[in-house]
Design a protein around this ligand. Structure first.
Ligand SMILES: *Cc1c(COP(=O)(O)O)cnc(C)c1O
Length: 394
């Protein structure tokens, strides 16, 4: 058994593995801990290079036993954006995972664990991508899924989630308010609550991004990572992953500066970062086109802020008006269609350059966490009457 115990991220108290968990008794996320000495024996650069690519090859540092619930999660490529930002600007393209977003990593792991625990019904609040991923993996595992999302959730996610057979409810509130309803049902014993960081295993799936990028970059972490921050699972997960890689001797102490990117219309982490606060107050009237990062209140706020500060990075808010132009810029110049959250990250990188927080010559990795095709884009086509068309005028 690679897992030794779970640990409260706030108090450090230990809890037993092999049992169903949500938050710790202190109301904070639980972190999964492993036997690092045991992991170190088989988790080597050489053994990894021989394994089937994808998240499951990191099994020494994953919590499941036996077969995972899988839809063929591949390793996502790191692609450069040379015309947009020069040779040192890289994107990890998480849009190529099942269901078109990196939520697949977290939900593949969480649903695998839920199946092992015999859980039969799972509910979740979502701004879209997480609900679709939950629905897909739950369908595969034979688990019932109930998804509650805010009205502004991208339509494709709502229809996709329903296509997998999940029950989808579109609500008149923000994601944290949908989450409160999910929590109420869980307290009544109606279902298992699979909200971000309120169960310990989504984080373990998402952290694999940190393992994967380290191996892809030749075990040399980039100078900076720009991450679109909603609940912050990926950022917290990668920060945990780097410590685990160091503990098993795969990397040294060098860490990237972590930049948490939010939209000006919903920037609770940025406000807390700038005020020097340990926790973040709820952001009222949250609004942004980058729905994946429209999270007014994050349960892992102190973990996000700690990783950003300990790494020497920053939390940055980008103006709403810069998000879609950044999407279109990368599309036109480099043929890379970012999702809106990815557009926010590119705009955040630009701002960091201007503010002198990163240098042009530094190696920077941006995260694009969903396939750009999942979102509406402006229609710039022109009507054409074929009987009168002049080819030279097209
Ligand atoms: C969920 C989501 C995010 C935010 O991820 P967290 O790890 O919860 O902060 C960013 N981008 C996209 C496309 C998402 O779906």
């Amino acid at each position: 058994m690679p897992v030794t115990h779970l640990e409260c991220s706030r108090t450090g108290e230990h809890y037993r593995a092999g049992e169903v968990h949500n938050l710790s008794p202190a109301g904070k996320p639980l972190l999964v801990r492993y036997d690092m000495n045991q992991a170190q024996r088989t988790l080597t650069r050489e053994s990894l290079a021989e394994r089937q690519p994808g998240m499951w090859k990191w099994h020494e540092l994953l919590p499941h036993l036996g077969e995972p619930v899988s839809l063929g999660e591949g390793e996502t490529p790191i692609v450069s954006l040379p015309n947009t930002g020069g040779p040192n600007l890289l994107v990890k393209d998480e849009g190529r995972l099942p269901t078109g977003s990196f939520k697949a990593r977290g939900l593949a792991m969480a649903v695998t664990m839920a199946q092992q625990f015999g859980i039969e019904r799972i509910a979740m609040p979502t701004n879209g991508n997480a609900g679709a991923a939950l629905a897909a993996y739950a369908a595969r595992a034979g688990i019932e899924a109930i998804v509650i999302c805010p009205a502004e959730t991208p339509a494709i996610n709502i229809t996709e989630t329903a296509a997998y057979g999940a029950r989808v409810h579109v609500a008149d509130g923000q994601i944290d308010e949908c989450g409160a309803l999910v929590g109420k049902g869980a307290a009544q014993g109606l279902w298992f609550d699979c909200s971000t960081l309120k169960e310990p295993y989504r984080l373990e799936g998402k952290k694999v991004m940190g393992f994967e990028l380290a191996e892809q970059l030749g075990w040399e972490l980039p100078d900076a990572i720009f991450y679109p921050t909603g609940g912050g699972t990926g950022l917290i997960g990668m920060w945990k992953a780097f410590d685990e890689l160091e503990a098993v001797g795969l990397i040294g102490p060098k860490r990237p500066r972590m930049f948490a990117i939010q939209a000006e219309g919903c920037a609770p982490m940025v406000r807390a970062f700038e005020n020097g606060d340990e926790f973040a107050e709820r952001w009222e009237d949250a609004a942004t086109i980058a729905t994946g990062i429209r999270v007014p209140k994050a349960i892992g706020d102190f973990l996000i802020l700690r990783a950003v500060r300990d790494s020497g990075g920053a939390a940055i808010a980008v103006p709403e008006a810069e998000i879609m132009p950044a999407v279109e810029e990368a599309a036109r110049k480099d043929g890379f269609l970012l999702c809106p959250e990815g557009g926010a990250v590119l705009a955040g990188y630009r701002q960091a350059l201007e503010r002198g927080l990163v240098g042009k010559d530094e190696r920077v990795l941006l995260f694009n966490c969903a396939n750009g095709n999942k979102y509406p884009l402006p229609d710039r086509s022109q009507r054409l009457r074929l009987s009168e068309a002049e080819p030279a005028l097209l």
